[in-house]
Design a binder for this molecule. Structure first.
Ligand code: F6P
Length: 369
């Protein structure tokens, strides 16, 4: 496809669960567009706003300082109706009415699936829309990017929360189960446990049964509070995707600890949505800026149906990646390939997931020393 001419229009939206750094990505898209003479149209409320034609012009003056702010100022939705081709056709008409030729989608798995589905729609000139995805999800469950926008900030927030919990846990000699978000992906739980010197991690990916999880925690507690070890607290980080809920886990754990003759007080702290908010870290601002820059340049140059990835771990047999000429850490990946690998990350067959589970096995005995 030809390079977009000055004055052409590109739309940008944020979709799915908000992630800190989304605003910084929007800002980068707008700034790069303005530099190259391209108008950016913001879409409010994700795909729902696209269907409703809820647009707002975005110029550099509209995005001043937004990179410092958490959430997404454009708003977001999880828009199931977008799965319907007739609904997508309505959204395409909204873009044609505005003479928009490209669409940049900032979001996670479901959002990128929406972007792929939209790839068959045509702009007002009769050419396919130029579609580019930017990975943003605190879960870090996306293929072909080592990190998604938002993950680093969420991890820092979790680390701060666990450090605080650790203070109160040590004061009382208690055992805490700290549940963190991540849906089907235990990346946040695993990395937070290592960064906080927690004593154990429960991940869905390691496929332990609830009974095995309880036995594991009892062993950790027994060792930690033994006189020759003398820890002041035990912290177990549990990923939300683990089959057993945190309250049920606590109740079963209390029974198992009592049966094992370990009179330990337990508490549960579910960090929940708190982890998704807050100002983006410096790393997330930079990552968002780099991915946003690459996405806008790519759309202008005529690339489509892809996601911008950061610092990718290649799978055996992967063709050499298309590297962004202005930033060697950024690569472009077909959305089909990204979504297939994302499925594998979720179902455990990805080399990335298998590596995380292996690392967990290595790390666990070290954490529990
Ligand atoms: O995908 C991001 C995420 O925060 C997950 O970790 C979590 O399972 C989910 O979104 C929560 O979704 P909602 O905000 O719709 O409750």
């Amino acid at each position: 496809m030809q390079e977009l001419a000055a004055g052409a229009r590109v739309a940008v939206l944020t979709s799915g669960g908000d992630a800190p750094g989304m605003n910084a990505a929007v800002r980068a898209v707008v700034q790069v567009g303005a530099l190259l003479g391209i108008e950016t149209l913001g879409v409010r409320r994700g795909y729902q706003g696209l269907i409703d034609g809820d647009f707002t012009p975005l110029e550099p003056r509209h995005v001043d300082g937004i990179h410092r702010r958490g959430g997404t100022l454009l708003g977001t939705t999880r828009c199931l109706p977008f799965l319907d081709p007739a609904v997508r056709a309505r959204a395409a008409q909204q873009l044609r009415d505005q003479h928009v030729q490209g669409l940049i989608v900032i979001g996670g798995n479901g959002s990128l699936a929406g972007a792929r589905a939209f790839g068959s729609e045509r702009d007002h000139t009769g050419n396919p829309f130029r579609i580019m995805g930017i990975p943003a999800s605190i879960d870090n469950d996306l293929g072909y990017t080592t990190l998604a926008i938002g993950t680093d900030t969420a991890l820092n927030t979790i680390v701060e929360a666990i450090d605080r919990i650790s203070d109160t846990a040590s004061s009382h000699g208690r055992t805490f189960i700290v549940e963190v978000m991540g849906r089907d992906c235990g990346y946040l739980a695993l990395t937070a446990a290592v960064a906080t010197e927690s004593d154990g991690v429960l991940l869905r990916e390691s496929q332990v049964t609830p009974g095995e999880a309880i036995n594991k925690v009892v062993d950790i507690v027994r060792h930690a509070y033994a006189p020759d070890r003398g820890k002041h607290r035990v912290i177990i980080v549990k990923s939300e995707g683990v089959e057993i809920g945190s309250s049920a886990l606590k109740s079963d754990l209390d029974s198992a600890l009592s049966a094992a003759g370990l009179p330990v007080e337990t508490r549960v702290s579910v960090l929940g949505h708190m982890v998704r908010g807050g100002a983006p870290s410096a790393f997330d601002r930079l990552l968002a800026g780099r991915l946003g820059h690459a996405a806008m340049r790519a759309v202008i140059r005529g690339r489509t149906g892809e996601m911008t990835g950061w610092h990718v771990l290649l799978r055996p047999g992967d063709p050499p990646p298309v590297v962004f000429d202005l930033d060697p850490f950024i690569t472009f990946w077909p959305l089909d390939q990204v979504l297939a690998e994302t499925e594998r990350i979720k179902d455990g067959t990805s080399a990335v997931t298998q590596w995380r589970v292996r690392i967990l096995r290595e790390v666990e005995p070290i954490l529990a020393r």
